[in-house]
Design a protein around this ligand. Structure first.
Ligand SMILES: Cc1cc2nc3c(=O)[nH]c(=O)nc-3n(C[C@H](O)[C@H](O)[C@H](O)COP(=O)(O)O)c2cc1C
Length: 210
């Protein structure tokens, strides 16, 4: 499978859906893609609460994210950036990337992206992707959506982001929650132009994956 030439930026924030972030990182790790990871404190809380992953944002220890993700860090395929580190390459448009995904994306981070607050590295990197006209995918998880969420989604969309809610389809006949998670990760990878075989596409036999 073709590997993206540039790295993908992955921001993890405090919306429910840690499983989406973990699965995406695992898949990127196992398929040889480079990634730069940054996690907000609330993202850390959700990783802990929903997945039992106790990530230390100060003394980052990749082993906490699982074997294949840790292995990607060990071989230099993945890198970690503290969410407050504005000296990180991710804060600059001169650092070339394939694109960025914020997954899951809290309503708070969605608001910051929509308004260009750039008050942490995740929002700054998102702002950079918008100004550089690079792909930015936001994966919000909230229900019901209030007017503020809806307005911010429209603002982010109009600024160039792809708003891709964590709202899996059921037409691929999921047999497990892992299949539902893969559906969302597959849609994100499609947006980032990353080839994958995670989920059979509509119109194709389920055995044939592309
Ligand atoms: C366990 C937990 C679950 C949460 N779930 C959501 C959620 O699904 N969607 C959301 O927008 N915010 C959710 N929040 C609230 C956000 O984490 C909170 O607004 C936070 O300030 C977002 O900060 P961040 O965007 O920097 O991660 C949740 C918080 C916790 C602790």
């Amino acid at each position: 499978m073709t590997v993206a030439t540039r790295p993908i930026v992955v921001g993890v924030t405090g919306a429910s859906g840690a499983a989406y972030a973990l699965r995406m990182l695992e898949w990127l790790a196992e398929s040889g893609h480079r990634a730069h990871l940054t996690i907000s404190p609330s993202g850390r809380a959700v990783l802990s609460h929903e997945a039992g992953r106790l990530v230390d944002l100060e003394q980052f220890e990749p082993a906490e994210l699982g074997e294949s993700i840790a292995a990607a860090f060990a071989r230099g395929q993945f890198a970690y950036h503290h969410f407050r580190d504005m000296m990180s390459p991710l804060a600059s448009g001169s650092f070339l990337t394939q694109g960025m995904v914020i997954c899951p994306c809290s309503g708070g981070t969605l608001s910051g992206v929509a308004h260009g607050t750039s008050d942490n590295l995740i929002k700054r990197a998102a702002d950079v992707h918008l100004k550089e006209r690079r792909k930015l995918v936001l994966v919000p998880r909230e229900t019901p959506l209030g007017r503020v969420h809806l307005e911010n989604m429209l603002k982010a969309h109009d600024a160039g982001a792809v708003v891709l809610p964590a709202s899996p389809g059921w037409y691929h006949e999921p047999a497990s929650t892992a299949d539902l998670v893969d559906f969302i990760v597959a849609r994100v990878l499609d947006q980032l132009d990353v080839p994958h075989d995670l989920v059979a596409r509509w119109g194709e036999p389920r055995e044939v994956r592309s």
